[in-house]
Design a protein around this ligand. Structure first.
Ligand code: SAM
Length: 309
């Protein structure tokens, strides 16, 4: 529990720290600071030595006057930069998982599979400083890579990775009745649900992520015997680019006019009773769906263990 290893917004960057080098919202990468190393990108050459001792969030300059920001490796940023060894959960789903699993500091959480560790990183922060995440994957290499990542981020005291076939063997008996919540991201979650039920404390909550509705239906059938409050959610994200701009002439549906611009009628009404001529160019707020908006990722099914009175 070395406090100097914890992610912090106020701490200063040290040799061997992991930093997120931010160029723009869609161009970031994780870099381990090494005193003698350099980072070279389209903005020039950056010396790591010049980063050491600066607080996270600092803007640093290259030999050519270009700049990047050095950000702390928060779970949100980590999810955007990690190397994808599997499909991963993104932050919209992750936030719902943490909220509906009622995860708070001190909780014990079981997870399978670990995958690329995207969810695990956020779970670990949510249970800190006294709780723990035990995460299982049957793929040895993935488990080892996730373990290395958690080490790099200083999360080893909060997340333990183990190799195990959870669908075939279930969770280890050692965790029976100890988990506040269990999260499953497995191809056949219904095979692991009976074991997950045994791991949960009375009133504990389970969540299962599945990309198709047929898997959800099958899981719900299995959940019915020991769980209650079964609910399935699908999060659909739509991001808008919002800009201010000038709109000239009439309303056109062509490329010259952003699709989400305020409709003509409204613009006309706003000029009624004023001395602004209808056809003059005016400043409008324009919004159009962003091309990088993520659509369906999967369904999240939550269920609470039935109380045995
Ligand atoms: N939720 C993870 C994340 O956010 O990074 C991604 C999980 S990934 C989609 C699914 C993982 O389940 C894979 O790494 C796979 O190896 C693992 N898996 C599949 N079957 C398994 C089983 N029977 N036991 C344990 N892990 C399994």
């Amino acid at each position: 529990n070395d406090p100097s290893k914890k992610i912090s917004f106020t701490r200063f960057i040290r040799d061997q720290d992991l930093v997120i080098v931010y160029e723009r919202h869609d161009t970031m990468k994780a870099v381990k600071v090494c005193e003698g190393s350099i980072l070279q990108n389209r903005f020039g050459v950056f010396k790591h030595a010049e980063w050491i001792g600066k607080p996270f969030g600092t803007k640093v300059f290259s030999n050519r006057g270009g700049f990047v920001y050095l950000l702390a490796p928060t779970p949100e940023l980590w999810t955007l930069v990690l190397s994808h060894r599997t499909q991963i959960l993104y932050i919209a789903d992750i936030s719902l998982v943490i909220m509906y699993l009622e995860i708070v500091p001190g909780c014990v959480v079981l997870e399978s599979g670990t995958g690329s560790g995207s969810l695990t990183t956020s779970l670990a922060r949510a249970v800190a400083p006294t709780g723990h995440v035990y995460t299982f994957d049957f793929h040895e290499l993935r488990a080892a890579s996730a373990r290395e990542d958690f080490e790099k981020m200083g999360l080893s005291s909060l997340a333990t990775v183990a190799v195990r076939d959870i669908q075939g063997q279930g969770f280890p008996d050692a965790y029976s009745g100890m988990a506040d919540s269990v999260f499953l991201d497995l191809p056949q979650p219904w095979l692991a649900i009976p074991s997950a039920g045994k791991m949960l404390k009375q009133d504990g909550i389970l969540c299962s992520f599945s990309p198709c509705i047929e898997q959800v239906q099958r899981s719900c059938e299995t959940l019915k015997s020991n769980f209650t409050d079964i609910r399935t959610f699908e999060i659909l994200l739509r991001t808008y680019e919002v800009q201010e701009g000038k709109l000239d002439g009439g309303c056109r549906g062509d490329e010259g006019v952003p699709l989400g611009a305020l409709p003509c009628k409204r613009r006309q009404r706003s000029s009624e009773g004023s001395n602004v001529p209808e056809n003059s160019s005016s400043t409008v707020v324009m919004a159009r769906p962003c091309s990088e908006a993520k659509g369906h990722t999967g369904y999240l099914t939550f269920a609470r263990l039935k109380c045995i009175s």
